[in-house]
Each structure stands twice: as C-alpha cells, then as structure tokens.
Design a protein around this ligand. Structure first.
Ligand code: PMP
Length: 445
C-alpha cells in the first residue's frame, strides 16, 4: 500500500535468541508499550554526539558549551514536537512517572485532583502523596462519552479551589484512545486544569498541547524510541515557577549564602532550571529530540496508516480464535493504538507469555501492567490482591487477573504479527511443548 511507510529501522531487529525446543530465531519484539527499541536514527545521532559529550550549564570549555547548546536545542525541539504555547515550559525528567510526581509536587495548596481508576499507577498514585491534595477517583467509564459525562458531573459538584484532572491519552492495557480534547474542554469549563499522560499516545499519534488544549503533557523517552533515561513534562509555567523546587541542589539555585543567624538562605531559579537540579542528562534529552525529529520526518500519517493495518490483521487474527478474549473498556471495536491485551481460556497468561518467548522467540508482556484497578474492572470482578505487578499468580487454567499484552510500533515488520498469530494458534491447538513454572517471579520452562 503506497500510503504505508516502511518500518523505521530500529536496533535489535537482527537479534537471535535460543528456543527451548532447539535452534534459534530472530527475536520478535512485541512489547513496545513497555519499552520500544531505539530508532537507528536516534542511536546514530547519539553515537555521533558522545565524543563531544561535556557538562551542561557547568563548564567554560568548548565541549561544555556545545553540550549546553544541544541540551537547550533539544528542549526547543521537544517544545515544537508537542506544539507548545509560547509561555509553556519543557522540563526534562527521568520518565513519565517522574514527570507526574513532579507535577504532584508543585500543586497549589488544597488542590482537588480528579483521576479515573483506570489509569496506570504512575498517573493514579502520585496525587495522594502530594501535600494536602484531595483525590477523587472516578469509576471506569464504559464509553468515551461516559468518561466526559462523569468528569463533568464530578467537577460540577466540586467546591471552589484549584483543581487538576489527570487522564491518559491511550491505555497501556487496552490501547484504547481516550477523548482527550473533550475531557480537556470539560475540565476547563469548570476551571480545572488537565495533565495528559501521553506515555502510550506520543509514540503513536501527534500530540499537540495547544490543539488538545491540555495544560501539561508527560511522556517517556524509552517508549518513544529513545531509551537513554529521559522523560518530559511540558506545559504551563505558573504552578512550576511558584512551587518549591522538586529536587534541591546545584543548578536550581541563583544564590546560596549563610544568614547572619548561621543558617542558609537560598534564592531558587524562577525558570525551568528550578526543577532540574543536578547535572542534566544531555544524552537522554538529545536522544528524545532526535526521536521527535525522526517521527516528524517519517510523518504520523504514514506511521498511523501502517499501525492500523497491522492492528487490523492482529484483531482479525485474534477474533478468529474462540478461546481468545480481547480486553476492552470501550468495546471491542474501539479506536486503539498498537497495544492490545487478551486472555486465553484455560491458560494462565504468564505461562502463555513464557511459551511465546521460549518456543517462538516472541517478546510480549503478561501481568497486570501497573494498572491493577483497571485489570479488576476488565476481569469483571473484584478479586483478592493479585500480588506484584507482572508476577505469575495462578496455576494453569486457574482464574487470574493476569493478561497477555502484545504491543508494537514504528519498527515492527508484518512478519512479527504473522508469527505471533500463528504461535497463538499453535499453542492453543497443541499446548506448550514444555511446562512452565514460576521462578523468582518469572515464568520459566
Ligand atoms: N503511563 C502509562 C500510560 C504507561 O504506559 C507508563 C509505562 N508503562 C507510564 C505512565 C510510566 O512510564 P515510565 O515507566 O516510563 O515512568
């Protein structure tokens, strides 16, 4: 199809892995939602820069100046990628988790936070730990319209004062797209602000802060083909500037002096540096900027067309297998990115995923995907504490909240989807060649 772009070159596409049944095979990475492989372009850019690596904002030498320039240019590239408004700030963090915890740390006194129970733990949990914020947990909606209506009702009944809504753009479990623009409009109608968890959205769709009219966006480099330890929080400057620094340390301060009384007086920066104490991770930031440029240049139209073609094949293949149940909140036909979770009747999900790896060289993820309340909703029943995220928690055939997640992206060749579907069919028909057991929280042959 002329409209589809070719898979973008990624590292690791020729990695060979041993099979428990003998021989070896090229690894099929179908766990992009956890961490995507590095784009070749990102790796090339990083490799070309590393010899010139130097400290950022902390040196007079040429390489320090170069690194400082690249760091600040990277910030501008990310701002452009996200369609930031003129007065938005881009803070480099470690990850989405770090970005959302940073935002939680700068909430004005008495902020009321509204969050759906279906969020990833990184978006669900930071708020209650933050100062005196109060949190309203909204029940899982069963349609996008219900999500907007339920937020509307909750905000309508809320007392005056600062409010923040936190929503995901695309679910890390079902891949389903959330009605971000409509949720943002609802938030703003009631004077609330909104932060978008774009960890799963940004790798698959253009995210435009101004067009979506969200106040902040958070995402992770390692899910955006830039696995060098950097995340982003971008958006409104005021709450960031008015709050205490997230981390205390060098780089966040303007002046530090002893007071007459023998203490320490600190004047913190009022710019973005306020929340970037410590030596910045310039390689990580540069890699994120490189990934942003690469995705822009490849063009989201072609990337999305290709993703949807692979997703259609995947959905059709799974729909033809009666034992497979695809998980969804908004209905099986709902709009999704290339992320999909399912269970197989009669199978423990951890064992199934272990067999896909050991017998077919296919890397998926099983577990609860750091979204335990959502998995409970999708399982349709409240159950006992399922234990650690990702840990196998039931014997084969036993009822379990665990599911299997298959996820892909810009580097995925069609062959990986074909191999996956054929492996699922064969496993269900013939059973696993080996038996699997839990060892140190992992399923092994
Ligand atoms: N939100 C969502 C929707 C995610 O999928 C993830 C990662 N699985 C996170 C937040 C947290 O991202 P990180 O682990 O990079 O901090």
């Amino acid at each position: 199809d002329a409209d589809l772009c070719a898979p973008l070159p990624v590292l690791g596409s020729d990695v060979r892995v041993p099979l428990v049944t003998g021989g070896e095979v090229t690894y099929a990475a179908l766990d992009y939602a956890a961490s995507a492989p590095a784009l070749q372009r990102v790796w090339d850019d990083v490799a070309a820069y590393v010899p010139y690596y130097g400290s950022v904002h902390r040196g007079a030498g040429y390489l320090s100046q170069l690194s400082t320039d690249l760091f600040e240019q990277s910030r501008a590239v990310v701002a452009d990628f996200l369609g930031c408004r003129a007065d938005d700030e881009v803070v480099f963090t470690r990850s989405t988790t770090d970005s959302l915890n940073l935002l939680a740390a700068v909430l004005p006194a008495g902020t009321q936070v509204f969050v759906f129970e279906t969020e990833h733990h990184a978006a669900l949990l930071p708020w209650e730990r933050a100062g005196d914020a109060s949190v309203t947990y909204l029940s899982a909606p069963r349609t996008p319209e219900q999500a907007v209506a339920s937020l509307d009702v909750a905000l309508h009944g809320a007392p005056k004062g600062p409010k923040l809504v936190c929503v995901t753009g695309a679910s890390n479990v079902t891949g389903e797209l959330w009605p971000v623009r409509e949720l943002a409009a609802a938030a703003h109608r009631h004077g609330a602000r909104i932060v978008l968890d774009a960890a799963q959205l940004a790798p698959h769709r253009p995210v435009d802060i101004a067009a979506l009219d969200v106040d902040w966006v958070a995402f992770s480099g390692h899910k955006l083909y830039a696995p060098f330890g950097t995340g982003v929080l971008a958006g409104r400057a005021d709450w960031l500037r008015e709050a205490e620094p997230y981390l205390a340390g060098g780089g966040a301060t303007r002046t530090v002096a002893r007071t007459a009384a023998g203490g320490i007086d600190v004047q913190w920066h009022t710019t973005v540096a306020r929340h970037e104490a410590g030596s910045p991770n310039v390689i990580g930031a540069y890699a994120v900027a490189s990934a942003c440029k690469a995705l822009r240049e490849a063009g989201f139209d072609g990337l999305v067309a290709r993703e949807q073609a692979l997703l259609s094949a995947l959905r059709a293949g799974l729909a033809a297998i009666p034992q497979v149940r695809v998980l969804s909140l908004f209905g099986e036909d709902s709009a999704r990115v290339g992320v999909l979770s399912f269970t197989v009747a009669g199978w423990n999900s951890s064992h199934f995923a272990a067999a896909l790896s050991a017998e077919y060289g296919i890397g998926v993820r099983d577990g609860l995907f750091c979204a335990h309340p959502l998995l409970r909703v999708l399982a349709g029943a409240a159950q006992d504490d399922p234990g650690e995220c990702g840990a196998p928690d039931a014997a084969p055939g036993e009822a379990s909240l665990n599911a299997i997640r298959v996820s892909f992206g810009a580097g995925t060749p069609e062959e990986h989807i074909d191999r996956f579907l054929s492996a699922v069919r064969t496993l269900i028909r013939d059973g696993a060649a080996w038996s699997y057991r839990a060892e140190n929280g992992r399923c092994v042959p």
